[in-house]
Structure formats: C-alpha cells, structure tokens
Design a protein around this ligand. Structure first.
Ligand code: 4NP
Length: 155
C-alpha cells in the first residue's frame, strides 16, 4: 500500500482538489487497491468542513466530485503516510518544521516537483477570483499525473 497525503493551508481548496484528482487517476488506472489517499491542512480552522463551494463547483464541472472533510495535519500523521505532498513552499516549510525526525521530513515534497512540465507552488486561490480555481485544477492534474507515473514505476 502506497500512502499519500496532499497538504495545503486550510484543506478546503488545493489539497482536497489534488486528493480528488489523484483518486480519480488511480481509479482510471485500476489501481485503487494499491493506494491510501488523503489530504489535510497545516491549519485547523476549517476542520470538519467540506471543500470550499468554489472548489467543489470547479471540480464537479471537470468531473471530480469531492466529499472530503477538512482535517489538520499533525506530527502524528507522518507515520501514517509515505509521501506528503505540499502545495506551496510555505506548506513545505511548515511541514518540515513539524516533522519529528529526518525520515519524516524526507517524506515531504512539493507536489509540483512531480510535474514534468512545471515546478513551484500551487497558488492559494482562497482570496482570488474564480478563475484561480481552474488554475489550481490544471496544476494539480498535471502534477498528479506525474506523481502517479513515478509511484507506479517504483517497485
Ligand atoms: P487552501 O486555501 O489552503 O488551498 O485550502 C485556504 C483556505 C482557507 C484559508 C486559507 C487558504 N484561510 O485562511 O481560512
């Protein structure tokens, strides 16, 4: 079982979007039995909430239905996942600071490090106009395809 957690700040926009896209790609590849997929936020303000209505609308329009409930990523989560995918460099720094040991810190990577055609942050769309949510979907989709290809190639 490959255990993957996508992490942003609030766990209501970017990371549940990446989780839903990755879940769909894994299902399309017929590999759902091989993965445990989740998402979380470094902040806990939205714990228990569904994704932001704008994220859900964009995602549903593009064929990915989201039903995740927000949760805060805590130090104890590191032992539950093999790969912790940060949406931006701020999330990356917060996660590395939270890691209880070097092994845990090494599990954290930027999601877009797995995008063969890009790099850098998935920008926070929370205070953005609606088009920011389509950008988030596009960036997450490209990186999730790359992530799945990498993990599928790992023995
Ligand atoms: P996310 O977006 O990190 O992509 O879920 C945000 C959601 C909520 C807040 C910030 C970012 N907030 O400050 O409440």
């Amino acid at each position: 079982m490959i255990r993957v957690c996508f992490v942003c700040l609030g766990n209501i926009c970017r990371s549940p979007q990446a989780e839903g896209i990755f879940r769909k790609l894994v299902q399309e590849a017929g590999r759902e039995g091989e993965f445990h997929i989740d998402s979380a936020g470094t902040g806990g303000w939205h714990a228990g909430e569904l994704p932001d209505p704008r994220t859900r609308a964009t995602s549903a329009r593009r064929g990915v239905v989201l039903s995740h409930r927000a949760q805060q990523f805590t130090a104890s989560h590191f032992s539950q996942f093999d790969h912790v995918l940060a949406m931006d460099r701020s999330n990356l720094a917060n996660l590395r600071a939270l890691a209880p040991d070097p092994d845990a810190a090494q599990k954290v990577r930027l999601l877009r490090d797995h995008d063969p055609a890009g790099s850098g942050d998935v920008p926070d769309p929370y205070y953005d106009a609606d088009h920011g949510f389509d950008t988030v979907f596009d960036l997450c989709e490209a990186a999730c395809r790359g992530l799945l290809a990498e993990l599928a190639a790992t023995p």
